[in-house]
Design a protein around this ligand. Structure first.
Ligand SMILES: [Zn+2]
Length: 500
């Protein structure tokens, strides 16, 4: 181990975008919110993210930051390769860190790459050599690859879905990094991979994952050498080779335990593979419930099929169409991606009536909606998450317009509507207390963000983020369950370690 300066200098950064292979819109530079230098630390120190957790733990420990870049975009199509190349460059430009601690999503693709985070970690390892400790926090929906585990000494993922432990995961990544730097931990990592995609029922407070995560927690509590077990349920819309579920076990120098636990939990996860299915109410059933249960309002409806939080475009019109046609009495606010419509509302001006054709141009099977409404508000689409998911993290929806069509308030956006927090509405003058329901472009995390403010109800809407693998033209991820027969008599487990 090399001699450290009195105050260790840590390369810190964040790369957060979850890619959807079948969203035809690439993620561009304009989709990213970026901070560098001192601004990175100032903007994220109090954020409810893994980066916030890393920064607060590191400052308590008295480290000096070498900020690389924090770049966040809403989930969506693969990132343009030249955009990723620039981000990569920003991480590699930091000279001579004593260690590296990153907040990564773990399921980013570019136009050319199937494993952006693996490429980033591998490039950092190649540049910094074997002695610089590298740690990263990951999303529970990461596609964890052997390249990532080989290059990073510490890789740990959130344990909860919805993700309530982002800050804690960042703090733990930093704490384990510090132990490795101090020579108190020799991290051996065993990675087991399972070729299957979940089809729902994937929250961690119930269903198969509650049991599995509980078992992992109990094992870690009982055995001191077991430092972390991260069970990742890959975002089910990545079409890359060897996509699937992963179990990553980190021990203190104990390869036998790491392999044994990885194998045991992976076998259990495989046995549960057909429990990850979910029945959701139809749009008609859900809206009927909103209409017939006024005492339960306001509702927040999870738009399962067009979840921007799972990489869908946010332009699906089915729910808005049904509201206008069959539930015109309901006061509902609903986000819709349509940059042209925002420009047209702006050109018409506040308070003016406009007739527009909206949405439906990107999501297969969706058609545009013809409406006449009044422009209620024009905005810049910027706000901070106020709920307990991503608390304090800034969002930029691009220019926005609120178009009132009867009792339906359409929140039109020029960037995909990353809308799963009350602040998306409140910042546009749409108060929950005045509405029967609002729509979130999310299936799980919105429940955290709206807790205590609105009743969550996830709805089976059409679109690109339904959990139906057979709806998508998967080619690179094959063979994969449930699309193909899989023989798992030999479970692939790889063990990494000893680089420090
Ligand atoms: Zn996630």
């Amino acid at each position: 181990m090399r001699q450290l300066s009195a105050k260790p200098r840590l390369l810190v950064g964040q790369l957060w975008q979850e890619s959807h292979s079948f969203n035809p819109l690439p993620t561009t530079a304009a989709d990213f919110t970026v901070e560098r230098g001192g601004a990175l630390v100032a903007a994220n120190r109090n954020a409810g993210s893994a980066l916030g957790g890393i920064l607060r733990a590191g400052e308590a420990a008295g480290v000096e930051w070498l900020p690389a870049i924090a770049a966040r975009a809403r989930p969506g199509g693969p990132v343009e390769e030249e955009v990723f190349a620039e981000l990569l460059e920003a991480f590699l430009a930091v000279e001579a860190p004593d260690a590296v601690c990153l907040d990564l999503h773990g399921a980013m693709l570019s136009g050319k790459r199937a494993d952006c985070e693996g490429d980033l970690l591998t490039a950092l390892r190649a540049k910094l050599g074997p002695d610089v400790v590298i740690a990263a926090a990951l999303d529970l929906h990461a596609q964890v690859t052997p390249a990532m585990v080989a290059a990073a000494d510490i890789l740990i993922a959130y344990k909860t879905n919805p993700h309530a432990d982002m800050v804690e995961t960042g703090a733990k990544a930093f704490a384990l990094l510090q132990e490795v730097m101090d020579g108190r931990l020799r991290p051996l990592r065993s990675l087991a991979r399972l070729p299957f995609l979940t089809r729902g029922n994937d929250e961690t407070d119930g269903g198969p994952l509650a049991e599995l995560q509980g078992e992992a927690r109990a094992l870690c509590d009982a055995r001191a050498e077991l430092r972390d077990i991260s069970i990742c349920n890959v975002n089910p819309f990545v079409d890359v080779p060897e996509a699937g579920q992963t179990v990553l076990v980190t021990t203190d120098g104990d390869a036998t335990t790491a392999e044994e636990i990885a194998e045991r939990l992976a076998r259990r996860l495989w046995d549960l593979r057909d429990d990850f299915v979910q029945e959701l109410p139809s749009m008609d059933l859900a809206l009927t419930r909103v209409r017939d249960a006024p005492e339960q309002r306001p509702f927040v409806l999870g738009d399962q099929g067009d979840r921007v939080l799972a990489g869908a475009p946010g332009d699906a019109t089915a729910l808005a169409r049904l509201l206008l046609r069959s539930f015109p009495e309901l006061r509902v606010a609903l986000p819709l991606y349509d940059p042209d419509a925002v420009r047209n509302c702006g050109a018409a001006g506040l308070g003016e009536e406009v007739t527009l054709t909206l949405g439906g141009g990107i999501t297969p099977g969706q058609t545009a909606l013809q409406v006449t409404g009044r422009v209620l508000r024009l905005g810049d689409g910027r706000f901070l998450h106020s709920g307990s998911y991503m608390t304090g993290v800034p969002v930029d929806l691009g220019a926005t317009a609120v178009l009132q069509v009867g009792k339906l308030s359409l929140l039109l956006t020029t960037k995909a509507p990353f809308v799963q927090d009350p602040a998306a509405y409140e910042s546009h003058g749409l108060r929950l207390s005045d509405l029967d329901a609002v729509v979130a472009k999310s299936g799980n995390h919105f429940k955290l963000a709206f807790a205590g403010q609105a009743r969550p109800l996830v709805v089976d809407t059409p679109g690109l983020s339904r959990f139906r693998p057979s709806d998508f033209p998967f080619s690179r991820a094959r063979p994969i369950h449930p699309l193909d027969p899989i023989d798992l008599s030999a479970l692939p487990i790889q063990t990494f370690g000893g680089s420090v």
